[in-house]
Design a protein around this ligand. Structure first.
Ligand SMILES: [Fe+2]
Ligand SMILES: [Fe+2]
Length: 350
């Protein structure tokens, strides 16, 4: 046991990756499963706020971009659930924990999208904050997570750019369009800063995650990096970030910013945000509506297994289980579009 622990410690110390076959402390495994699962849930729930706008996109080009973006988020969720499975987690159990409210996802997705400018602001600020958080995770000590993050980050950078480009276009439009952008920035700015988690002095797990090199920077470091990166972009756009205390501090070489309302984060995390109940309800009904897809996929895998090699039945049934979750995600996107479709259809007919 001491040998195994020493080997693990050396792996971390020398900046090598911990792989699924390696021994790891129980605490490390549990922390990784929890972090990866919450990340996966965030990607899947994160499809909803923007997915609601797919059928109401103003042009075909915007619809194609938004569809691609929302599908990317489904893909991110699937890579991450797969990464969690390499640690021995069961994907259907993780889904159960999400829809029963036993496991969390990023609180940012509990805010509503009120207009199409929100799609741009989510791309710019929310995906922008996600990039700040996730780029260092490409060097996270757990191999499958770090490798999944490389591809995810490339796609996140497309998400950020499409959002910013949408906002640039709207800012060149009518005064009403510029007002929509400013209003969306006012609503999303502070929740975006909360995406980095509580301040360092109230984040007891940070030290351990840093020691294990799961995390490379503290919450406050990443939040500062995000603010410094975003301020010049806001100037180019011509929007005002809703913080009267925001200003460049030449001594620190960083922007100072006003206090974040941590009681709001606490409230939203504990279930009392504007959309918590709706997000989980949509996810639950998509899961229930997708049951027939999962059953059909498993039945098909069994049939194929019987035809090809009678001994291979168990393995193929497992493959079927992987297909079934893809089915769920598609059904999920379908449910979201269907909801938006009803509203948009009603508008079009009116
Ligand atoms: Fe994503
Ligand atoms: Fe994204």
């Amino acid at each position: 046991m001491a040998d195994l622990q020493r080997h693990f410690d050396r792996t971390i110390e020398q900046d090598r990756r911990v792989e699924p076959r390696d021994w790891m402390p129980d605490g490390y495994r549990a922390t990784m499963v929890r972090q990866i699962a919450q990340h996966a849930h965030s990607e899947i729930i994160g499809m909803q706020p923007e997915g609601e706008w797919i059928t109401r996109a103003p042009t075909l080009r915007r619809k194609a971009i938004l569809l691609a973006k929302v599908q990317d988020e489904a893909g991110h969720g699937l890579y991450l659930y797969s990464a969690a499975e390499t640690l021995g987690a069961d994907r259907s159990e993780l889904t159960a924990m999400l829809i029963e409210g036993r496991q969390k996802y990023s609180s940012i997705f509990n805010y509503p999208t009120l207009g199409y400018a929100d799609v741009g602001v989510i791309g710019w600020l929310v995906d922008g904050a996600a990039i700040c958080n996730q780029v260092p995770l490409c060097r996270s000590s757990y191999g499958p997570y770090a490798r999944a993050m490389i591809r995810i980050c490339k796609e996140e950078s497309f998400h950020q750019r499409q959002g910013y480009e949408l906002l640039l276009t709207m800012m060149k439009g009518t005064p009403a369009q510029r007002d929509m952008v400013q209003d969306a920035v006012n609503r999303w700015w502070w929740p975006s800063l909360m995406m980095f988690g509580p301040p360092d002095d109230a984040s007891p797990n940070t030290a351990r995650s840093m020691a294990w090199k799961i995390k490379r920077h503290t919450n406050d470091e990443l939040r500062q990096r995000f603010v410094d990166m975003t301020v010049p972009q806001a100037e180019v756009l011509g929007v005002t970030l809703p913080d009267p205390e925001l200003r460049w501090n030449p001594e620190r070489g960083h922007h100072d910013f006003g206090p974040v309302d941590w009681s709001e984060l606490k409230r939203v995390i504990s279930g009392d945000g504007p959309c918590n109940a709706r997000r989980v309800a949509v996810r639950r009904s998509a899961h229930e509506d997708g049951a027939w897809v999962r059953e059909a996929a498993v039945a098909h895998a069994r049939k194929t297994a019987r035809r090809t090699a009678p001994d291979a039945e168990t393995t193929s049934a497992d493959a079927g289980a992987t297909v079934m979750d893809v089915g769920t995600t598609n059904a999920d996107a379908g449910a979201t579009s269907a909801d938006a479709g009803t509203a948009a259809g009603a508008e079009a007919r009116a």
